[in-house]
Design a protein around this ligand. Structure first.
Ligand code: APR
Length: 336
């Protein structure tokens, strides 16, 4: 159990994280910071006054706190409209930003299109962390994932391994789920890794996919696997298109908690994470999805897989995409 977990962003994912942290008793205290509802300067003054008094994070925290006697959990919950609720956190999980949302015509923006908005939010998030919990391990979920983690690194320059992103666990979970469905076996039997950027060029690594330790090809044919891998790359968008109000929230929260528990219980568990590479996989200075040992200190060691030539090429393509977005980030940050 940690002393405190800070949640930045109290929307859909933040809400699931709050409930699960309290239910699983992962820390003595959980603090949630979210400025919502935002005060709209063009609203009449009386409406602005109402919005100033309201607070999504305080409301969610009080709701969960009032349920703690029922579930017999002594985890304390504090919410704030500013960043004070994350004060002293040992681990901070960042979901602040605007998620992908379907437009009225059914199309939706790419993660990269959200970059401009979310970079400004991330600048505030970095200031909040710097002020209230500068030594925390930082796990970031907000999209575009690779670029936001890169931005936090530029702004905070934390020690190696103490800042990383959640995407690979979610994407791998999706790959495993589709394979389990196709093979008609328990999801517990399927293991797989999805590497690279958290975008349409992510790389489901077929050579790492096994069912009860047996290569997946014994159970699922190549054409079906190719269709599954293509669906995996677009799985986030599939949900955005169905929901209409935002993006997936239960599975991303659970994926982040898988990583949080590896830290809290010092599991040294191998999980695909968006980690800073310093020469591994031939990449330097970018955050890319790779398998890594996660323990009490965060990302403790990046694991280099023996990829097939096709997988290597696909990873290089995905890394090139991440690099392009990070170059845009560098340009935007210079003007922020
Ligand atoms: N500081 C803190 N929180 C902020 C800030 C800020 N500067 N700006 C916005 N937020 C809050 C919003 O008020 C909102 O409550 O971030 C929250 C985001 O929650 P949702 O819109 O419900 O989005 P969610 O589904 O939780 O996804 C969060 O994770 O998977 C990604 O693409 C997704 O980037 C998105 C993030």
């Amino acid at each position: 159990m940690l002393n405190k977990i800070g949640l930045i962003g109290g929307g859909y994912i933040g809400g699931v994280l709050l409930q699960e942290i309290v239910q699983r008793r992962l820390a003595r205290e959980v603090g949630m910071s979210d400025p919502a509802p935002f005060v709209n300067p063009s609203d009449p003054p009386d409406r602005q006054e109402v919005a100033k008094k309201q607070s999504v994070s305080k409301g969610k925290c009080l709701d969960v706190a009032e349920g703690t006697p029922t579930i017999r959990s002594d985890v304390r919950c504090v919410g704030s409209k500013d960043y004070s609720a994350i004060e002293g956190a040992d681990l901070v999980i960042n979901t602040a930003g605007v998620p992908r949302k379907a437009r009225p015509d059914g199309t939706f923006p790419t993660r990269e299109e959200l970059l401009t908005i979310n970079l400004k939010v991330t600048a505030e998030v970095a200031e909040g962390i710097k002020k209230y919990c500068p030594d925390a391990i930082i796990l970031s979920i907000a999209n575009p994932l690779d670029a936001i983690v890169y931005t936090l690194d530029k702004r905070l320059a934390p020690p190696k391994g103490r800042l990383f992103g959640m995407a690979g666990q979610l994407d791998s979970g999706r790959y495993c789920y589709f394979v389990a469905e196709a093979a008609n076996v328990s999801v517990e039997n399927v293991t797989a890794m999805v590497l690279g950027g958290h975008g349409d060029t992510m790389v489901p690594v077929r050579s790492s996919c096994q069912i009860a330790g047996i290569p997946v090809g014994k159970f699922v044919d190549d054409a079906t696997l190719a269709a599954i891998e293509s669906r995996t790359r677009k799985a986030g968008g599939e949900i955005v298109g169905m929901l209409g109000f935002g993006s997936a929230f239960a599975s991303p929260a659970w994926a982040a908690l898988e990583m949080a528990e590896a830290i809290i219980f010092d599991k040294r568990k191998i999980i695909p994470v968006c980690a800073k590479l310093e020469g591994e996989y031939g990449v330097d200075g970018l955050f890319v999805g790779v398998p890594a040992i996660v323990g009490a200190h965060g990302v403790e060691q990046v694991i280099e897989l023996d990829l097939t030539d096709a997988e290597k090429a696909a990873l290089a393509h995905s890394v090139a995409d991440v690099r392009k977005t990070c170059d845009e980030v560098d340009t935007m940050l210079a003007s922020l």
